[in-house]
Design a binder for this molecule. Structure first.
Ligand code: ARG
Length: 461
């Protein structure tokens, strides 16, 4: 027996195609525990407002407990006739409390304030899961930074060899970005922690109900200031969608590097067997599928955010049914991340870095040229001139197919009189790296400090 929430003024039920279009329980059933929690809190404020007797409150809470248990066990499930999670649970309540008592719970609330509240609750719990998964990825990067404290690699700009850096410095750069993603989700959580319950359809309640009491029971520090905003706004969902899309994009940048590092041409890393896949036809293949799926799913997360923003654009206040489209994209982003985060954490943690290969490549491409220029600056040569001279060194070395440290004394002196053989002291990868010792630089001591600060920040979450 379907229980529509709005039958009174209708002579007929919805057409099957209308009902099929309208239905949302296939995705909003995720909100069921929050709907029931909201119903408990709502029953209490109805009681406090004198709209439910003590006995009625007891009966209502008992029926809600049974309903919650039946939802949990799967004994109660939505049917095709239930329009949405709220309607289905209303039916479940009426079946358990009886139509007369059960029918009292709807006073002073609307699906509009219910869904806005429950969506925030679902997202807050999801934010905590995503944060925890992201911290695990950061932990993997920290573990690698500790495992390889002295390994070097050619740092790149424009994907070209630029300056040698510590591998740990490079890995921690990714960790810093992920830590900001965590911070964004935490900030979001503070901003989104306002309960719209009690806003009704849009105008608020006339029944003397206390929205702050409901908010407190549901774990929100406050209720919303404006019932129209409470039921119509979804920037909390879009902001969440951005935070997780940004996380996806940051993960995709790590993923892209792992994919490149894993090629024969680079040969920087070997993937652990547990985090790679083979080819159905080419027996030799060991593919970086975790990284590729990370890269791929980041596009999906961007799409989810973009779709949500497009749904919200130009919607007049207050609630419009368009808003039912707000949930699936964000649910999907979270569910993709819950698959992705443990896999990328595992892949990164088990990556073997080929430090000899990395060290051999670190000076290639004349990555120490900047060190020549800065050595000249320390000798009093203006940087413009020093830059020219260092560039000339590269030109000569390239022509002779030798490294910068192999230029002859005579070649150096001809390029610039200040270029004495002592310049070779800075023409080593460890020398170059150690010299970048200002805060934030790649010198080993600075990187170790950075690593420990980051570990402390992770421990605080
Ligand atoms: N299922 C809707 C949503 O997800 C809430 C129901 C509001 N329906 C209505 N006719 N006001 O947004």
């Amino acid at each position: 027996q379907p229980v529509a929430l709005w039958g009174g003024r209708f002579a007929s039920g919805p057409d099957a195609a209308m009902a099929a279009l309208s239905a949302s329980t296939h995705f909003d059933w995720r909100l069921a525990p929050y709907d029931i929690a909201g119903s408990r809190a709502h029953a209490r404020v109805l009681h406090r407002a004198g709209l439910l007797s003590e006995d009625e409150l007891t009966g209502m809470l008992a029926a809600l407990d049974t309903l919650a248990a039946d939802v949990e066990s799967g004994a109660f499930t939505p049917t095709v006739a239930d329009e949405d999670v709220h309607t289905a649970l209303e039916r479940g309540l009426l079946e358990r409390a009886g139509a007369e008592l059960g029918g009292k719970l709807r006073a002073g609330r609307s699906r509009n304030d219910q869904v806005a509240t429950q969506f925030r609750m679902w997202l807050a719990a999801a934010a905590r899961r995503v944060v925890s998964g992201t911290l695990d990825v950061i932990d993997s990067l920290l573990a690698q930074a500790r495992r390889y404290p002295d390994a070097v690699l050619p740092g790149r700009t424009h994907l070209q060899h630029a300056q040698p850096v510590l591998l740990a410095h490079h890995l921690l750069a990714h960790a810093q970005a992920l830590l900001r993603d965590v911070g964004r989700l935490r900030d979001w959580d503070t901003r989104a922690a306002e309960s719209p319950y009690g806003s009704g359809a849009l105008a608020g309640s006339s029944l003397g109900l206390d929205p702050d009491a409901v908010a407190a029971e549901l774990g929100f520090p406050t209720s919303v200031d404006n019932s129209i905003d409470g039921t119509a706004s979804r920037d909390f969902a879009a902001e969440f969608g951005f935070a997780v899309a940004m996380l996806g994009v940051n993960l995709s940048r790590i993923a892209e590097e792992v994919i490149i590092w894993n090629t024969a041409e680079f040969g920087y890393v070997t993937l652990d067997d547990a985090w790679a896949t083979g080819s159905s036809i080419m027996p030799q293949k060991k593919n970086p599928d975790v990284a590729e799926l990370t890269r791929g799913k980041s596009g999906r997360l961007i799409g989810n955010l973009t779709g949500l923003l497009a749904t919200l654009k130009a919607q007049p206040l207050a609630y419009n049914r368009d808003l039912q489209e707000d949930k699936e994209p964000v649910f999907d982003s979270v569910e993709q991340l819950e698959l992705l985060l443990p896999a990328i954490a595992g892949m990164l943690d088990t990556l073997t870095f080929h430090t000899d290969r990395l060290a051999a490549m670190a000076p290639a491409g004349f990555t120490l040229a900047t060190d020549i220029a800065e050595w000249l600056v320390r000798a009093g040569v203006p940087f413009r001139v020093a830059h020219e001279a260092a560039g000339e060194c590269v030109r000569v070395a390239e022509r002779r197919n030798v490294g910068l440290d192999e230029l002859t004394d005579e070649e150096l002196g001809t390029i610039h009189p200040a270029l004495t053989p002592r310049v070779r002291e800075v023409l080593t990868v460890p020398g170059s790296i150690a010299s970048r010792d200002a805060r934030g630089g790649t010198a080993p001591a600075r990187v170790a400090e950075q690593r420990e600060r980051l570990a402390a920040a992770v421990a605080e979450h």
